[in-house]
Design a protein around this ligand. Structure first.
Ligand code: ADP
Ligand code: MG
Length: 403
């Protein structure tokens, strides 16, 4: 790709890894079910190309990751042994799970590794130093290896020790997943096949303002759904019942509509909505025009008329990025709008990119993940890219031109 990450930063293809100890920051932050088992191993699978690439070339692969939020202490159910087990099945080779991520025992194990071996360090966030980018902790992690590879797109927007501290000490390059994620978002933002559409939803407009402000100057079509549509309704003077309206964002939303008009961007709000008294299963629901939301109701989903209009508008697009569900899709009564958009993207002949944790969950729930061009493994990092913000994890890597 012309303006791909590899033009700017080194990747694993640029270095010789044979016999080298390679510390790979991966994102194994997988969801766990109630029994503590891995509920979805998508993120583990997404890291396989980089791990296989390194093993096949005779590197000694030292994997590290966080899992969930242990808040700086050891939490037994958040040990990475369960990830190591799954990895070893997927890779068809042993993956040793270590009891810590730094210290003499870890150093001893690493010293005994052979070419092609894979070990997985313990949950980085068992140490409070990880999240505050403690320099000693970063230096100790770096001391385990000769080369650092960042393949953890999901945390590349965080200035944590394993993301930005370690690369200060070692040659630092991008892994294949990080490269693919960054290149996907860069391409759609900088050189999309047109027409280019963005569908933005989710609960809060304040979470999405930076994204909306960045994409408005790039897209041809902007669809607004989710709870945040209520703030757009309020800015137009419609009644919004008991829906959450973010009064601090009203001016920003008005500016967005003005900018869309100025630039000839087609901005669509849902023409109708599903409303309910509560955002809970089993409550009675009604479809009403967006201009006639009853005083005692909350907007819970886009309506069928809006879904029809959104799907028709999307059908003409060649590139679509989607962030934020159209409704409270976790509740079956309010999932239809999100399902309709997912189905429209699944059949679209063009590039479809899903960014956002809940949006990816929704697409997975409908069984449509494989029909998309790309489902991002990062929520916050995808938002940062869509907002045009630099990722600290990427910036910390060696420049392509470095010796
Ligand atoms: P993502 O993780 O994909 O970026 P967000 O975190 O912005 O998405 O939003 C996801 C949440 O938005 C979901 O939990 C969903 O229930 C909620 N949501 C969607 N529509 C509404 C609505 N009308 N009212 C309240 N919450 C909503
Ligand atoms: Mg979210």
């Amino acid at each position: 790709m012309q303006n791909g990450l590899s033009r700017r930063k080194k990747t694993i293809r640029d270095i010789d890894v044979r016999e080298r100890r390679v510390l790979v920051r991966a994102d194994f932050n997988v969801p766990l079910d109630a029994d503590g088992a891995i509920a979805d191993d998508t993120r583990i699978r997404a890291s396989l190309p980089t791990i296989r690439y390194l093993c096949e070339r005779g590197a000694r692969v030292i994997l590290c990751s966080h899992l969930d939020r242990p808040d700086g202490v050891v939490v037994e159910r958040l040990r990475l042994a369960l990830v190591a087990n799954r990895l070893s099945v997927l890779l068809d080779r042993p993956v040793a799970a270590l009891q810590d991520c730094v210290g003499p025992e870890v150093e001893g194990t690493v010293a005994g590794m052979n070419n092609g071996d894979v070990v997985l360090l313990e949950n980085l966030r068992f140490h409070p130093e990880e999240k505050v980018d403690d320099p000693v902790f970063a230096a100790n992690l770096a001391g385990l290896a000769d080369i650092y590879v960042d393949d953890a797109f999901g945390v590349s927007h965080r200035a944590h020790a394993s993301v930005v501290g370690v690369p200060e000490h070692l040659p630092a390059v991008a892994g294949l997943l990080l490269e693919k994620e960054v290149d996907t978002f860069t391409r759609i933002l900088e050189d999309p096949e047109r027409p280019f559409a963005a569908a933005i939803g989710g609960a809060k407009v304040s979470d999405k303002l930076a994204v909306l402000e960045h994409v408005i100057s790039r897209v041809d079509l902007l669809l607004i759904g989710g709870g945040m549509a209520a703030t757009f309704f309020a800015s137009r003077g419609y009644g919004t019942g008991r829906s959450r309206v973010e009064t601090d964002s009203l001016d920003a939303v008005r500016d967005l509509e003005a900018k869309a008009a100025e630039r000839g961007v087609r901005l669509l709000l849902p023409r109708d909505v599903v409303v309910a008294e509560k955002l809970e299963p089993g409550v009675p629901v009604r479809v009403v025009p967006s201009t006639a939301i009853p005083d005692d109701r909350i907007v819970a989903d886009i309506g069928p008329g809006a879904a029809d209009e959104f799907c028709r508008a999307l059908a003409g697009s060649r590139t679509v990025v989607w962030n934020g569900p159209m409704g409270v899709f976790e509740v079956p009564e309010f999932a239809e709008g999100t399902r309709r958009i997912a189905a429209a993207l699944a059949t679209l002949r063009g590039t479809t990119v899903i960014g956002g944790g809940s949006t990816a969950d929704a697409v997975g729930m409908f069984g449509l993940a494989d029909e998309m061009t790309h489902v991002s493994t990062g929520g916050g990092a995808a938002l940062a890219m869509l907002a045009g913000k630099p990722l600290p994890g990427v910036e910390a890597l060696d420049d392509a031109g470095d010796p």
